[in-house]
Design a protein around this ligand. Structure first.
Ligand SMILES: N[C@@H](CCC(=O)N[C@@H](CS)C(=O)NCC(=O)O)C(=O)O
Length: 204
């Protein structure tokens, strides 16, 4: 059985895994899921019914991008995207969690903007505050180091963050690059890689 990745082209969480699969040179069938009308076989695979969902060639089913990323990195460790030492791995996971939280916040704000509900203005402010609090944290780190975990290697922390920033450009704001120059330079540089460039989210 071939590996399968259930994904959506615009999904930042799916993109984390698409980049990882390319970087690790792993063959995988990509199955795009219509999130507005999820097929039964997809919902049966994962009760959460969110993309990405990964099916290994021994039929093991894994959902949640971070669980999939950790599984792939442990099972196919060349090249590595999580540090091996516990403390460094913890740092990497913390950045990844922050990037994913940013991604969730962007999704929620985009959905809220679509509904244009005046009752939600306090919630909108909360989401905007979260984005405006997180972006300077990434900017500050990247003013000091080439990648989020230092100058040597890009890691899952960088992949998760670039996916959330790509999603931010797609949904809410393309001009963030002007306000956060270090984050912007890092983002552009990473897009020189085929795995990153070829997975950029495209408006439907
Ligand atoms: N924590 C999950 C989040 C996945 C997620 O939110 N996926 C979104 C697309 S980016 C989704 O499938 N949304 C469809 C829905 O909620 O019905 C992960 O890291 O995989």
């Amino acid at each position: 059985m071939t590996r399968k990745l259930y994904y959506h082209q615009q999904s930042n969480f799916s993109r984390k895994i698409r980049i990882l699969l390319q970087e690790k040179n792993l063959e995988c069938e990509l199955i795009e899921v219509n999130l507005m009308n999820k097929p039964d076989d997809f919902v049966q695979l994962s009760p959460i019914a969110k993309v990405p969902v990964f099916v290994e060639n021994d039929s093991t089913v894994i959902w949640d991008s971070t669980l999939i990323a950790e599984y792939l990195d442990e099972t196919y460790p060349t090249p590595r995207f999580y540090p091996e030492k516990n403390q460094e791995k913890l740092e990497c996971r913390k950045w990844e969690e922050m990037a994913d939280h940013l991604g969730d916040t962007i999704i929620n704000l985009w959905i809220l903007n679509l509904t244009n509900n005046a009752v939600s203005s306090r919630y909108r402010t909360r989401l905007e505050d979260t984005i405006n609090r997180l972006l300077p944290v990434f900017e500050q780190q990247l003013s000091q180091t080439k990648y989020l975990l230092g100058d040597e290697n890009w890691t899952m922390a960088d992949i998760a963050t670039l996916c959330s920033m790509g999603y931010y450009s797609l949904r809410l704001n393309e001009d963030w690059i002007l306000a956060y120059p270090h984050l912007g330079d890092w983002f552009k540089k990473l897009h020189e890689r085929e795995s990153v460039n070829s997975t950029f989210p495209i408006p439907l």
